[in-house]
Ligand binder design. Structure first.
Ligand code: DGP
Length: 116
C-alpha cells in the first residue's frame, strides 16, 4: 500500500533517491536529508501509515521490526554505547512534516535537539 503523493513512499519504492542504509520486507531506513547529528537515520514502514494515530493492531509487527532495526543500525553507526535518541513525531504540535510514519534515530556528538 503506497501513497503516490508521499515522498517517503517514493524513496521506499526507489522512485526518488535516498541514502538507504537498510531495507527488508517491512521497513526501510535512510539518512535524513537535514541531519541534526552525525548519525540521523529515519526508519519507516514500507507501507503507507501516516502517523502513530493511524497505526493499528494489524501493524504491531512493524513496530517490533522498527525497534529491532534501530538496535542494528545503532550498532552499525557505532552509537550503541555512546547513546542515541529516538523520536517519532505525531500531529501538528509535534511539527511532523512528512505524513508517513517514521522513527528518527539520532546519535553522535553535538546533536541538536529539539529539532526545528
Ligand atoms: P518530521 O518532522 O518528524 O516529519 O521529520 C521529517 C524529516 O524528514 C526531516 O528531518 C527531514 C526529512 N526529510 C524530508 N524530506 C526528505 C527527503 O526527501 N529525503 C530524506 N532523506 N529526508 C527527508
Amino acid at each position: 500500500m503506497t501513497n503516490p503523493d508521499c515522498i517517503f513512499c517514493k524513496i521506499v519504492a526507489g522512485d526518488i533517491p535516498g541514502d538507504i542504509v537498510h531495507k527488508d520486507d517491512l521497513v526501510t531506513a535512510f539518512r535524513d536529508i537535514n541531519p541534526v547529528a552525525p548519525s540521523h537515520i529515519l526508519i519507516v514502514p514500507n507501507k503507507h501509515i501516516p502517523d502513530n494515530n493511524t497505526f493499528t493492531e494489524q501493524d504491531e509487527h512493524i513496530a517490533g521490526r522498527i525497534f529491532r532495526i534501530v538496535k542494528l543500525l545503532a550498532e552499525q553507526e557505532g552509537i550503541s554505547e555512546s547513546g542515541y535518541r529516538l523520536i517519532m513525531n505525531t500531529g501538528p504540535d509535534s511539527h511532523q512534516e512528512v505524513m508517513h510514519m517514521h522513527m528518527h534515530l539520532i546519535g553522535g556528538q553535538g546533536m541538536k535537539y529539539p529539532m526545528g
